[in-house]
Design a protein around this ligand. Structure first.
Ligand code: HEM
Length: 458
């Protein structure tokens, strides 16, 4: 164990809403859910093993107990589908991509995509990751002044650059930029909680955000469909990127390759699921390191030990403290703060009946801050994740979900984060411009609002 906890200033509470004393009224709750859902929860939500949080046309239960979480996401996973709340927001864009598909379509796409995210396949992407991190570092070095940067925007740009290069290296830069710009507008518009779904209104209910988001959806869908079509018309190409592999790899069970529309859906899914989450994780890590200089000094020392080399698989294994910081940052600020399911058949969780059609919300945001599971849950303590620390129950730490639908990009994201940190932490000093303005803002992902930092070369 480390003495880091003793050195850390105990009075610093990284930005987070205080749990409300009482459960808000329905109208207030709806407003809070739309503005920033993590501010809607009362203290009881952080304490209870489960809690009914909605009863419109369907019952909504917040599931907080690690064993129940395992039951929903792993043991009884086939009794649950993705929730209406998630599908209303994502399905129009991602259609039958891995994140939103169900049943045979999902199973087939997962089998085809799995080898593309194997440890070996991911290791082969490290030079692309390093290349993009170098480009960002050069941009920072070439700045004429050191006015604060919006770090969240910087990392969104970087992680999009990385995932889009690995997905379709050959596509025109101009196309990749257009997709990013329109996708950002789409998810910004549709990222808020869908009140129609909270109230259990029928699926055909017209949502204003969905109508507003349609033009940007047409742009990025149009570009991706065209790029995929062009690629299908050029079968002689050497497999150079994820798109090529996705188009050619046969499903090991059926022997069939994915249909063109499913390839496009999955390309879009990798682009969208693969950058905002990782960008937010990086931004939160930099925020926490700026608040806790002892941790920053220690992680920098560990990364300087790489002497500028790009960390490979073995090196990543050895970066124990860096990985502990990444985990602790994702505990405090899980990039995907809510995981939703809908019961396809009845189930029973810790004696509580879940009826068919009920919605279950599993919130990494809440579970990672439950008083019963974590000592001083609002504090930044990387040593929780160091070797020798008390074991963390499965289901208590779930930044990437769990079970068959666990994030396929987990290894990709971890490698990417460590490569970027290894490039920038030894080379720059980061200072918060206005620490009091930083606040977690939950949309589909958990964004750091107000994260402006001065970035100076060391
Ligand atoms: C720190 C970064 C990331 C976090 C925290 C994260 C989180 C998650 C979570 C919680 C899920 C499960 C959702 C559920 O069960 O409903 C998920 C699924 C998924 N993620 Fe990630 N993700 C990250 C990075 C990535 C990357 C880099 C990619 C791809 C390049 C990716 C692609 C996907 C896909 C395709 C799924 C759906 C998997 C399936 O249902 O089979 N993610 N992610």
């Amino acid at each position: 164990m480390t003495d880091f906890a003793m050195d850390a200033p105990a009075f610093i509470r990284p930005a987070a809403p205080w749990p409300r004393r009482r459960t808000p009224s329905l109208l207030t709750a709806l407003r809070l859910l739309r503005d920033n859902p993590i501010t809607a929860f009362a203290a009881v939500a952080y304490d209870a093993p489960s809690l009914e949080i909605g009863r419109g046309r369907k019952r909504v239960t917040l599931v907080n107990d690690p064993a129940d979480i395992e039951q929903v996401l792993v043991r009884n996973a086939e009794r649950y589908a993705k929730s209406d709340q998630q599908q209303r927001r994502l399905k129009p864009a991602l259609k039958d991509g891995l994140l939103t598909a169900e049943g045979d379509e999902w199973r087939s796409a997962r089998r085809v995509a799995a080898p593309l995210f194997s440890p070996r396949a991911i290791a082969a992407l490290s030079s692309d990751m390093r290349f993009a991190a170098d480009a960002m570092a050069r941009r920072w070095l070439e700045r004429a002044d050191d006015t604060p940067l919006d770090l969240s925007a910087e990392f969104q740009r970087l992680t999009y650059e990385i995932v889009s290069r690995t997905v379709f290296s050959g596509a025109l830069d101009e196309d990749r930029v257009r997709i990013h710009a329109s996708m950002a507008i789409y998810f910004d518009t549709l990222g808020r909680i869908d009140v129609a779904s909270v109230l259990g209104l029928p699926k055909w209910w017209p949502s204003l955000s969905a109508v507003r988001a349609r033009p940007s959806l047409r742009v990025f869908r149009g570009v991706v469909d065209r790029v995929v079509r062009e690629r299908s018309a050029a079968p002689g190409r050497e497999a150079a990127d994820l798109l090529d592999r996705l188009m050619r790899a046969p499903d090991p069970v059926t022997g069939r390759t994915l249909p063109t529309h499913a390839v496009a859906d999955n390309v879009l899914t990798f682009l969208s699921a693969g950058h905002e989450t990782t960008g937010n994780a990086l931004a939160w890590i930099l925020y926490l390191l700026a608040l806790f200089p002892e941790a920053e000094a220690r992680i920098r020392e560990e990364l300087e030990g790489l002497s500028g080399a790009t960390p490979d698989r073995e090196a990543i294994e050895r970066l124990t403290f860096s990985r502990a910081v990444v985990n602790e940052a994702m505990r405090l600020y899980p990039p995907a703060p809510f995981i939703g399911r809908e019961a396809l058949e009845a189930d029973e969780l810790s004696g509580q009946r879940i009826a068919r059609g009920d919605e279950v919300v599993i919130s990494p945001w809440i579970v990672h801050r439950r008083r019963a599971l974590w000592d001083e849950p609002d504090q930044f303590r990387p040593e929780r994740f160091l070797p020798g620390a008390p074991e963390i129950p499965r289901g208590a730490f779930i930044p990437f979900g769990l079970g068959p639908r666990i994030c396929i990009g987990q290894g990709f994201a971890l490698q990417e984060i460590l490569i970027v940190l290894a490039r920038i932490l030894p080379a720059f000093r980061f200072t918060l411009a206005a620490p009091e303005k930083v606040f977690p803002q939950a949309r589909i992902t958990l964004q750091p609002a107000g994260l402006w930092m001065t970035v100076r070369p060391t």
